[in-house]
Write a new protein. Sequence first.
Length: 504
Amino acid sequence: MPISTRVTRTVGAVLLLYSAQTASAQESQQSPSATDIPERYRRQVAPTPSTYWQSPALHDYTRVLKSTEAPLIDANKRYELPELIDLAQRVNPETRVAWEAARRAALAVGLVDSEYFPVLAISALGGYQSLGVAVPKTVVSDGFFRFDLARVVPALNLKWLLLDFGRRGSAWDAAKERLLAANLGFNRKHQQIAFGVQRAFYGLTSVRARIAVAQSSLDAARAVQEATESRLKNGLATRPELALARQQTAQAAFELEEVLDRERDAQVTLTESIGASPQAPIQVIDFSALPAAATLQDSVEKAIDRALEKRPDLIAKVAALRVSEAELSRARAAYWPTLSLIGDVGSVLGNARITADGRSTGWFGATQPSYGIGLSLEWEIFDGGARRRRVELAESTRRAAQDEITATRDRAVSEVWKAYTDVKLAFRRLDVAAALVDASQQSYEDSLRSYQVGLGTLTDLLAARRELSRARFVELDTKVHLLESSAALAFTTGETPDARNPDR
């Protein structure tokens, strides 16, 4: 072996060894070993960052995740949209979460109300005490008296805040506004769930309607293929024409399967919007049985005004602004003093003994009543600027709440305007789409009859079939877009789609 080759291999081995040692050193520096953790905590984490943590038995945790509720969806029932909305409002966990938030806000109001009442507390102090008191030796040779006291001191204490310059009033105002915002948020959550069910419902029914259109398109393609096969037997068509007809049939079958694949996803989306398990299939009424969308009665300006008056989330933003204003008033009131009424009544229950010059009086009763009442004034003079910082934070929160109202209002106006325009355009397109279907249907029928008697070409017939299929899908998409836009307009204006439960 040449010397240069051996030198090259030796240098390569040294560099490889050095790289491995460097990588090991870096890993040891970046990843502390398990021995760096105290012994009592070592088994509670993974031994190294590159290995899994061995979890203990978690049956008590996983059992909570397993649902034990009976299926909520009746697989044999065909649901209408109001029934699904009502079901979602009753079983969706998000409504219960929003309800608990409103309930907590109501309890917070009661918590602030309690601050207006006096506080009564019972206290008791018991024990034994020995106390030496120094006295002149001209009185006692030892120079002190020894007092021994065994006692129990029960007491009833009273504290009543009389004047706080608006602290409690501001807190009560803030709590009431939070309750209003929570209730409005609860209503908006119901509207969001209902809107989600509407969109998912229209999605499922439209998918099934698309299945029917795709099936109709497949039937038409098969009819064209049969006509081509009949003409081929009579020597009036060619094999390339038959191959083209079969290709159109296969394409129509593929499009049908593609639409069928979307049905399950639409079912899952609908059950998720309701808050039920997606495992159970759900049956809904046919798309053709859906009522037509209501025509627009108001102008877009009236729709915007209705949104500003009825949308819970917009009003909740105003309530949030008032909360920030109340918090600002409370922060400013901290500069003023508080005046409280305080009092107590009790008794000293026990015995006492006095010892001096080695002689004791013996135990004697020391039971005496005690009571008192007065006013307590507290006024912070210096706090290092803490109150000033709280006022500045409250002012910043109030300004942010004001800007949030403006942003939310502008966004709501844009949403209403878009939904209103979508509905208006969908109504205009609906008539055009219906006319397009009628014309395409007539064109296809005429082309098929002409082709069957040998007066038309296969190219014209296939083109007419494709245009008919496209026209049917366009009409269906237009109807779905109209229904979805109408639902979006109702949602953006704050209207509830559940007319059977107006008090909900």
